[in-house]
Design a protein around this ligand. Structure first.
Ligand code: FES
Length: 170
């Protein structure tokens, strides 16, 4: 198979979006066997690298692949996995699956909202946490479950929340 030509484009210079990250994304795209049908894979990689997909990154991908920006935007907005806003340093997720819900996940998330001063999918003012409510994460035996990044907290009660937050706020 012949390797399709990717386009050499000028990388945007944007504050908060380091050029090394664009270099990394460019290298990833240039090393692909083919970019045909690979838009989603490329966007996954871009989100891994940047943490989110701001407009400048979407436009860069579009220019690099020689496709309309609207096509990239269409894919980004279609899949809820993709996010166009930066997240907090840590993602604090509360499982709202059935097992967790019946064991009080609703109380846990309400307490977290109150303590952090945010609603679901919002970032705390200090940029430390993004609060999320998620579906079953497969740890029902530990219900109700809260995760911070990769760390899993099981059988969480409202009283535990201060300690969990403190562990990250120091
Ligand atoms: S319902 Fe929460 S881990 Fe399964």
């Amino acid at each position: 198979m012949t390797k399709p030509q990717t386009i050499s484009v000028t990388k945007p210079i944007v504050e908060d979006l380091p050029s090394e990250k664009f270099d990394e994304l460019e290298a990833f795209i240039d090393n692909m066997e083919t970019t045909k049908g690979a838009l989603i894979e490329i966007l996954h990689k871009a989100q891994d690298i940047f943490g989110y997909l701001p407009r400048d990154v979407q436009l860069y991908v579009a220019r690099k692949l020689g496709i309309p920006g609207a096509e990239v935007y269409g894919v980004v907005s279609f899949y809820s996995y993709f996010t166009t806003k930066p997240g907090g340093k840590h993602t604090l997720s509360v499982c709202m699956g059935t097992a967790c819900f019946v064991r009080g996940a609703d109380k846990v998330i309400e307490k977290l909202k109150e303590k952090l001063g945010v609603e679901s999918n919002e970032i705390t003012e200090d940029g430390l946490f993004t609060l999320k409510d998620v579906r079953c994460i497969g740890a029902c035996g530990l219900a109700p479950v809260v995760t911070v990044g990769d760390k899993v907290y099981g059988r969480v009660k409202e009283e535990d929340i201060d300690d969990i937050i403190k562990a990250y706020r120091g």
